[in-house]
Design a protein around this ligand. Structure first.
Ligand SMILES: C[S@@+](CC[C@H](N)C(=O)[O-])C[C@H]1O[C@@H](n2cnc3c(N)ncnc32)[C@H](O)[C@@H]1O
Length: 654
C-alpha cells in the first residue's frame, strides 16, 4: 500500500497528466486501427544499425529510458510506465504450439496457438524498464524488433543478453508506446531462451549426450556461469532420464541432479533444489552412498527450511542424522528448527536476538510466522477478512508474519514508477521493483504461486489455473501487478532515508487479508521484514481485525487515497459521521488541523511554557468544536488527536 504521504510526494501537473494520457490513447487508437493488418517489412541493415546506435546510447547514458515519459516530483524524477489491457500468459507447452514465421505476424494481434523461433541479430538495448533487440527468424529473410517489458531479467541477467536463440510462445505483435511495431513480452514465461540444441538423442547416443551436457555444466559452474550451467544440466537430465539410460545407469541421473541442486541453490531456485536433492538419493547402504545421501538430505532440509516448511526440514535433517549420527551441521539446523516451530506454535520470539542480527546488509530476519490466532472469513461488503480466534487485550500481539517478499530502499531492486493504467485512466505511484521481485521469486519457486494468486486483485486472469508447462512455471505478470497494487504495504523506514523513487515495500500474504477501518483495532510494527500486529483496543474472539491503510485525518484526502489506491469507499462509523458533516465545518476542521500540525512542528512539549500550552489547549478546543457532539459520540476525533497527545505530555510539567 503505497500512497506517499511524506515529504516525497510526487506531484504531476495537469499538463503532465494530459500529455501521458494523450500519448497512450493515441497509441491505443493506432493499435485498434492496425489490428489484424499485415506487418510491414523492415530493412535489415537499417534495423540493425538503429539497435546498435540505441544500445551504445543506453550504455553511455546508463539505463534511463529516453523514450519513456519521465515525471518530476519533489523526490526526484520517476519513469512513467503504462499498464495496458491485461492478457494472460501462454499456458500451453511448446510441443502443442504450431510454428510460425516473422512474415506471418499480424499487427496488434496475440498469435494464440503459435510459436515463433528467432535469433538475435543486433546488440541488446538495456533500459530501466525494458530491453529490446532486433531478431531474425530461421530463414533470416525478415527482421523484427523484440521487446521485453519490466521483467527483463531472469536468473540474474538480462534475458535477451543471456542467449542468442529464443522461442516466443503465442507471440504478441503490437506497437511500442512511441508507435513502433514490436514483438512484446510481458510474461517472462512466454519467452524461452535456448542455450542448447534440443537433445535429439536417439537410443544409442542418449547416455553420451547426457554425459557431454554434464561436462559442459560442470565447466560452466566452475566459471560461475550459472544460468547456462543450469540449462546444460537440465538437458543432461532430460537425456539421462530417458528409460534406456536410466535402466542401464540409474546413477547418472542422480549425479546430475546432485550437481543441479548446487546450481539451483546459487540461483535461489529452492523448489527445484529440493526436488533435485531428493531425486539424487540412492538409499543404498555402502559407505560412499550413505555419505552422498547424507548430503542430499542436508540439501533437501536446507531447501525446506528456506521455504518455511519447517516440519519437512526437520524430517530431512533427522534422516541425515540416521545416516551420519552426531553430524554437527544437522544438529545445528535441528536446533534452529525447534525455535522456528516454537515461534509458529506459540508466538514466542527472541526479539533481542532477532534485532541484534539485523543490519542494512542483513535486513531480513530468520523467523517463522505466527498466524494461528487468526482465521480467514467473509467480511460482508469487504470480501474476505481476518478474524480473531481468541479474546485479545490492548498491546497484545495478534499475529507475526515474515514477509513473502520485501525490497528495501537501499537495495537495487527498489524502484518506484508512476503507472498509468489504461483500464481506469488513473496515474499512481507504484513500487514496480517489488512487483518484479515477486514475479522473480514465483518463477524461481512455483510452489509459492497458489498462495499469492489467491490474494485479492482486480484482474483475475482468464480463470485458468495453469502454473506449469513443459518449459517451466507460468506467472501472469498483470495479475501480480494488480495483487501487488492492492496488497503491498510500506515496510517502514528501518534502514535509511527513502525517497519517492525507492520506498521500502513488501508483501505479507496473511496480513494482506486484513481489511481497512478508519477506527482500527490493530496496528502494524516491524522488526526487519517480520511484521507484528498488535491490538490497540480489546478484541473479542470472532471479531474482525482491522488496520488502517491511510492515517490521514483529512476525510477528503483519505477518501481519495482509499479509492485511488485500494478501489473502495470506506463505510466505517467514522466515515459515515464525517460524510454527514456540514462541508464548511469539515473545511474549518481541516484548516485548524493544518495550524495544529504547524504548531507541533514548531513547539516541543518538553520546553513548552504556560502560554504555549494555553495556545495548544485553545487550538484543540477549536478543533473539537467542529465535531457534532451527538454524531461523534464514541468516535475518535482524529483531527484533535495529535495536539491532545502533545498536551498530555506537556501539561503535567507545568
Ligand atoms: C489488502 S486487501 C484486504 C483483503 C480483501 N478484502 C480480500 O478479500 O482479499 C484490500 C482490498 O480489500 C477491500 N477492502 C479492504 N477494506 C475495505 C473496507 N473497509 N471496505 C470495503 N472494501 C475493503 C478492497 O477491495 C481492497 O482493495
Amino acid at each position: 500500500m503505497t500512497s506517499q504521504n511524506d515529504g516525497n510526494t510526487v506531484f504531476l501537473t495537469e499538463q503532465e497528466v494530459e500529455r501521458i494520457q494523450i500519448t497512450v490513447k493515441d497509441k491505443l487508437k493506432k493499435c485498434s486501427e492496425l489490428r489484424g493488418h499485415a506487418r510491414e517489412r523492415r530493412d535489415a541493415k537499417t534495423a540493425i544499425s538503429q539497435a546498435t546506435a540505441a544500445s551504445l546510447m543506453a550504455d553511455m547514458a546508463g539505463t534511463s529510458d529516453p523514450n519513456i515519459a519521465q515525471t518530476k516530483g519533489r523526490g526526484g524524477t520517476l519513469p512513467v510506465l503504462v499498464v495496458g489491457q491485461p492478457y494472460p500468459p501462454c499456458v500451453v507447452s511448446l510441443q502443442d504450439l504450431e510454428p510460425m514465421k516473422l512474415a506471418d505476424l499480424l499487427m496488434d494481434t496475440h498469435h494464440r496457438g503459435r510459436q515463433l523461433t528467432v535469433k538475435r541479430a543486433s546488440p541488446v538495448v538495456t533500459l530501466a524498464a525494458r530491453s529490446w533487440t532486433m531478431v531474425q527468424d530461421k530463414v533470416g529473410e525478415e527482421i523484427e524488433r523484440l521487446e521485453v517489458c519490466l521483467h527483463t531479467s531472469r536468473q540474474g541477467e538480462d534475458v535477451l543478453q543471456s542467449a542468442s536463440v529464443f522461442v516466443i510462445k503465442e507471440p504478441y505483435f503490437t506497437l511500442t508506446d512511441q508507435g513502433e511495431a514490436t514483438l512484446r513480452i510481458d510474461h517472462p514465461s512466454d519467452l524461452i531462451a535456448c542455450w542448447n540444441e534440443i537433445a535429439n538423442s536417439g537410443e544409442v547416443a542418449a547416455e553420451k549426450v547426457a554425459r557431454s551436457f554434464k561436462v559442459d555444466g560442470d565447466t560452466l559452474l566452475k566459471q560461475n556461469d550459472l544460468p547456462i550451467a543450469h540449462a546444460k544440466y537440465t538437458e543432461s537430465l532430460k537425456a539421462a532420464r530417458q528409460e534406456i539410460v536410466s535402466n542401464a545407469n540409474p546413477d547418472l541421473a542422480r549425479d546430475i541432479s546432485r550437481s543441479r541442486t548446487h546450481v539451483n541453490f546459487l540461483l535461489d531456485q529452492v523448489d527445484e533444489a529440493k526436488a533435485d536433492a531428493e531425486a539424487s538419493l540412492t538409499s543404498r547402504q555402502d559407505q560412499r552412498s550413505k555419505e552422498l545421501d547424507s548430503k542430499a538430505y542436508f540439501s533437501a532440509g536446507c531447501a525446506a527450511y528456506k521455504l518455511g516448511e519447517y516440519q519437512d526440514a526437520k524430517d530431512s535433517f533427522e534422516k541425515q542424522l540416521k545416516l551420519v549420527p552426531g553430524d554437527k551441521d544437522a544438529n545445528t539446523k535441528l536446533r534452529k528448527i525447534e525455535m522456528r516451530l516454537r515461534e509458529q506454535e506459540i508466538g514466542t520470539y527472541d526479539v533481542t536476538k532477532i534485532r541484534a542480527g539485523l543490519s542494512r546488509a542483513r535486513p531480513r530476519v530468520d523467523a517463522a510466522s505466527f498466524i494461528k490466532m487468526t482465521k480467514l472469513g467473509d467480511s460482508p461488503g469487504r470480501g474476505r477478512g481476518l478474524f480473531a480466534m481468541h479474546n485479545v487485550s490492548p498491546r497484545d500481539i495478534i499475529m507475526c508474519e515474515k514477509a513473502f517478499c520485501v525490497v528495501w530502499g537501499h537495495e537495487r531492486e527498489a524502484w518506484t514508477a508512476m503507472t498509468y493504467d489504461v483500464r481506469d485512466d488513473r496515474i499512481r505511484v507504484s513500487p514496480v521493483g517489488l512487483s518484479k521481485s515477486i514475479v522473480h521469486k514465483l518463477l524461481n519457486n512455483p510452489s509459492q504461486l497458489r498462495k499469492v494468486i489467491d490474494l485479492y486483485g482486480d484482474y483475475q486472469g482468464d480463470g485458468e489455473s495453469v502454473f506449469m508447462t513443459e518449459e517451466g512455471p507460468v506467472v501472469d505478470t498483470f495479475r501480480i501487478h494488480d495483487i501487488m497494487s492492492r496488497n503491498a504495504f510500506d515496510a517502514g523506514k528501518q534502514y535509511e532515508e527513502e525517497g519517492s523513487s525507492n520506498a521500502s515495500t513488501g508483501l505479507w500474504v496473511w496480513t494482506s487479508y486484513i481489511n481497512h477501518s478508519c477506527i482500527p483495532n490493530a496496528k502494524r510494527e516491524y522488526i526487519g521484514d517480520l511484521m507484528l500486529l498488535r491490538a490497540t483496543r480489546p478484541i473479542l474472539a470472532g471479531e474482525e481485525v482491522f488496520i488502517t491503510y491511510d492515517e490521514s485525518s483529512d476525510y477528503d484526502a483519505r477518501k481519495t487515497a482509499l479509492m485511488n489506491t485500494w478501489g473502495f469507499e470506506c463505510n466505517c462509523a467514522l466515515c459515515t459521521a464525517e460524510r454527514s458533516d456540514d462541508p464548511a465545518a469539515r473545511k474549518k476542521r481541516q484548516e485548524l488541523a493544518t495550524d495544529a500540525d504547524a504548531f507541533l512542528e514548531r513547539e516541543h512539549w518538553a520546553n513548552a511554557k504556560r502560554l504555549t500550552i494555553v495556545r495548544a489547549q485553545r487550538l484543540a478546543q477549536a478543533i473539537d468544536d467542529t465535531y457534532d457532539e451527538e454524531r461523534y459520540k464514541g468516535l475518535p476525533r482524529v483531527a484533535t488527536q495529535r495536539i491532545k497527545d502533545w498536551l498530555a505530555k506537556a501539561s503535567p510539567r507545568r
